[in-house]
Every structure is written in C-alpha cells, then in structure tokens.
Write a protein that binds this ligand. Sequence first.
Ligand SMILES: Nc1ncnc2c1ncn2[C@@H]1O[C@H](COP(=O)(O)OP(=O)(O)OP(=O)(O)O)[C@@H](O)[C@H]1O
Ligand SMILES: O=C(O)c1ccc[n+]([C@@H]2O[C@H](COP(=O)([O-])O)[C@@H](O)[C@H]2O)c1
Length: 220
Amino acid sequence: MTGSFDLPWSDPRLRIPHAEPGNRIGLFGGSFNPPHSGHRLVAEVALKRLGLNQVWWMVTPGNPLKDHANLAPLSERLDEVARYADHPAMRVTALEARFASSYSARTIDRLIRLRPRLTFVWIMGADNLAGFHRWQDWRGIMQRLPVAIVDRPGATLSPLSAPAAHSFAAARVDEACAASLASRAPPAWTFLHTPLDSTSSTALRDRPGRENPRRSATMP
Ligand SMILES: Nc1ncnc2c1ncn2[C@@H]1O[C@H](COP(=O)(O)OP(=O)(O)OP(=O)(O)O)[C@@H](O)[C@H]1O
Ligand SMILES: O=C(O)c1ccc[n+]([C@@H]2O[C@H](COP(=O)([O-])O)[C@@H](O)[C@H]2O)c1
C-alpha cells in the first residue's frame, strides 16, 4: 500500500457503503488533499446527469503516480471530504485502504466481485483523462465499467487529444445520452461539458500567508 493509513480497523469508513441491489453507483476516487468546490461540482454533475443513486467519494491512501510528501493523513482528508459530500446521495469511503491497494483497476475488480448486484461508473476530471493511459491496467478499467469524464479548466480538449480517448474513440457516448451511460455495456465513456471551476488542491496548499493552507478551502 502507498500513502498513510491512520484509521482503526473499526472505522466505518473502511467498509463498503450500503446500497440497494440494482443501484447505480458513481465511484469518485481522489486524493482530496484538500477537497474543494471543484470536487463537489464533479460529484453533483455526475449524480444528476448520469442518473446515479449514489456517488461514493473514495479517498485514496495515495495516488500511485503522485509524490506523497505533502499528502495529509487519510483520516484528516476523510473528515474534510465529509463537509463537501454533505448530500443525501453522497458517501465518503476509505475502502481502498481496507483493500490495501491504491490501484483503481484492483479496487474496481474487487468491488464488482463483492457487490455484483450494483452497477458502477467511474468518475474523474478531464485532467485525469489526459494521463489515463499511464494508470495500471487502464484498458482493463475501460473494459470493466463505464467511465464519465467531467470537464475541467485547461483540460477541455482532452477528449480530442488524450491517448485513452483515441484508443476508445468508438466507445464514446454522446453526452446527450449520459443518463444511459451506467446501463451500457463497457467499454463506454462520455465527456460532460459543465460550468467550469478552476479550484485546485495544489493552489489551496500553496496559498501564501496561512499557517495551515490546507484548511483554507471555501465551502460549497
Ligand atoms: N476543479 C475541478 N474541476 C473538475 N474536476 C476536478 C477539479 N478538481 C479536481 N477534479 C477531479 O477530481 C478528482 C480528484 O482530484 P484531486 O483530489 O487530485 O484534486 P486536484 O485539485 O486535481 O489536486 P492537485 O492539485 O493536488 O493535483 C480527479 O478526478 C480530478 O480530475
Ligand atoms: O490505478 C492507477 O494507476 C491510478 C493512477 C493515478 C490515479 N489513480 C486514481 O485516480 C483517482 C484520482 O486521483 P487524484 O490524485 O487525481 O485525485 C484516485 O482514486 C487515484 O488513486 C489511479
């Protein structure tokens, strides 16, 4: 496992959230270091436009492609995420820490095996589409579940230029049909154009003149 893991095994956030059989669940993985209004926008857009029953904010123990030197403890990020995920259809989970894996492909495999009666969709921002071809078994992810990409400032052109978008061009679903994405057989992905939010965790961490810049995020 990568990253810090400072939760007792009894912490309920290490369990898979409850959902009813047949529910459509959006898996929104992130470092959330710290969470911000852009994350909330992604979660809300996905919930509404994909017609999901729930969005699970999956707080990663540590993105395998990122340096963890400035990564806040998992428990702290979970607490902060809870403030942004304050919505009846949103759940906050650290299940990747319990699974002892930060690789999304493994998490997805495991969830599909453990919850075969749920329908999962992977949710990510457009900047992650640009580098998606560097993720472990990224083609396998595309083959296992539908993927929704939410626009982000600076990455609006990623559906045209990203290697993953090229490889799976034939599987792209028009965003006008986004409500049907969850029920489609993978590979299937869509790009959701939305109102943009330029907030980033990096900018919040780097904000000068604060004793603890990680706590300066504006609430939604
Ligand atoms: N402002 C935003 N608009 C759209 N998507 C976003 C935005 N901020 C983050 N995301 C998406 O949310 C998920 C979690 O992002 P993450 O926690 O890495 O935040 P970040 O702001 O990108 O962090 P950092 O600046 O540290 O890289 C990723 O899929 C990312 O693409
Ligand atoms: O599985 C991988 O190889 C992989 C590579 C990069 C990122 N991810 C996951 O993508 C999600 C978004 O990461 P981040 O750091 O951009 O918030 C989070 O769940 C990461 O664990 C996963």
